[in-house]
Ligand binder design. Structure first.
Ligand SMILES: NC(=O)c1ccc[n+]([C@@H]2O[C@H](COP(=O)([O-])OP(=O)(O)OC[C@H]3O[C@@H](n4cnc5c(N)ncnc54)[C@H](O)[C@@H]3O)[C@@H](O)[C@H]2O)c1
Length: 399
């Protein structure tokens, strides 16, 4: 049996990952370490906390004593490190906490893992580690900076035979630019958030070089799916449509992101933990480049359809069904330093490990919208209190 330390397991992706690996592996024990910031919610992992295979510990990844205690108490085999301050807008407001958690917190975890996993030294003076140990660092495509948008209309993307694997129910992949990020793209972060993630990636890699520490880094594109905190684009749009509020879209909505269904991401992480070559970085993308404005329009259309076809959901709707339309969109002043385009090239994980994003965007969005319609209690629970003040600060005076 393996013991995983999952940091940030009460957050969006960490919570989905805990669900995924509990279903996938019987012989596993999971220790979840989460500070429960505004973004962490025990409601996300309520069922999983009743599972005898999980332990939850509330605490800060930067707390040396606490993390050492966990390594003493549990024989941790794998650290899966999700915990982070993750919202770009918040990093523009208050960069310091991003450095504390994302950089120093990560270094603390590395240092404790190194200490507990080391058994001795090799002839070169490098630490030797107990077998089967791995530190998996979850990072982002934002460390690569921003790509240019070269095409006003998306062009067909023909990549590495992956298109065939994507299945017939998906529209062929498209792209807005000539270049994509691969693992060799120089790191060029541009926001306090991405700068802090870049620094954390580099310290992980530095432990690999300097101490031969066993690690993998995965860099993924924008995730979407259940349990996503409604400050991020897709869940925010769903929430606002239901409440009949305006849908704030930065600038002209032309920024391009690649979207990855969260469960596909969890599968990729599980695969890299099991089969990824130590010391390697793997990019994980959804083959789904889209402009923000088109995402918002799709969300509006899907909600409108659900409301027409499944009247039971109308009890959550605060406006008449006919008012669910693109008039809800409100363009707001652009984010400072807003990156134009991200696009991930996941060729390496596809060809080396056989992973590919299985979820077609349209069906992923349908699943996501339906999940939010069925889980309004969760939304209400996570968006009380501080969230309301934050929302007012970000969008209150704009438009
Ligand atoms: N969401 C995305 O689209 C996306 C894309 C690329 C990369 N990532 C990366 O994936 C990881 C998870 O992202 P997410 O969207 O699930 O984030 P999230 O904000 O939903 O969750 C982060 C979790 O970390 C916890 N946390 C924060 N600071 C902590 C600390 N000091 N100690 C312990 N726990 C702490 C929070 O309570 C929360 O549960 C992050 O590292 C993020 O940079 C996310």
């Amino acid at each position: 049996m393996k013991t995983y330390l999952v940091t940030g397991g009460a957050g969006f992706i960490g919570g989905n990952f805990v669900k995924y690996i509990l279903k996938k592996h019987d012989d596993i024990r999971i220790v979840i370490l989460d500070k429960l910031t505004y973004a962490g919610n025990l409601g996300t992992i309520r069922e999983e906390l009743n599972d005898t295979r999980t332990e939850f510990v509330k605490g800060d990844i930067g707390n040396r004593e606490l993390v050492e205690n966990l390594f003493t108490r549990y024989d941790i085999d794998v650290v899966v490190h999700f915990a982070a301050e993750s919202h770009v807008d918040r990093s523009i407001e208050n960069p310091q906490i991003f450095l504390q958690t994302n950089v120093l917190g990560t270094q603390n975890l590395l240092d404790v893992a190194k200490k507990f996993w080391t058994t001795g030294k090799d002839e070169g003076g490098y630490p030797v580690y107990r077998p089967g140990k791995k530190f998996h660092h979850v990072s982002t495509d934002e460390v690569y900076g921003s790509l240019t948008r070269d095409f006003s209309q998306p062009q067909p993307l023909t990549l590495y035979g992956v298109a065939q694997k994507l299945g017939e129910n998906r529209r062929p992949p498209q792209t807005f630019g000539a270049k994509m990020f691969d693992e060799k793209t120089p790191l060029d972060p541009r926001s306090p958030y991405s700068a802090s993630k870049t620094a954390s990636d580099m310290i992980v890699a530095a432990y690999g070089e300097t101490y031969h520490f066993p690690y993998n880094i995965t860099r993924c594109s924008n995730n979407y799916g259940p349990y996503h905190f409604p400050e991020k684009l897709i869940p925010l749009m769903i929430k606002n449509v239901l409440e009949g509020k305006k849908l704030p879209v930065y600038g002209k909505g032309e920024n391009v992101r690649d979207w990855l269904y969260v469960e596909d991401h969890c599968k990729a992480i599980d695969l890299v933990i099991e089969k990824g070559r130590p010391g390697e970085v793997y990019n994980i993308g959804g083959f789904n480049e889209a402009q923000n404005i088109d995402i918002v329009k799709l969300v509006i259309a899907v909600i409108a359809r659900f409301m027409k076809e499944q009247p039971q959901y109308r009890s959550y709707l605060k406006i008449p069904v006919e008012e669910i339309n693109e008039n809800l969109i409100a363009f707001v002043a652009d984010r400072l330093g807003h990156d134009a385009r991200y696009a991930i090239n996941p060729e390496k994980i596809v060809t080396e490990l056989g992973w590919y994003p299985e979820t077609a965007f349209e069906s992923g969005i349908e699943k996501t919208v339906e999940w939010y319609l069925q889980n309004q209690d969760w939304v209400n629970e996570v968006t009380s209190g501080d969230y309301l003040k934050y929302y007012e600060r970000m969008y209150g005076g704009r438009g």
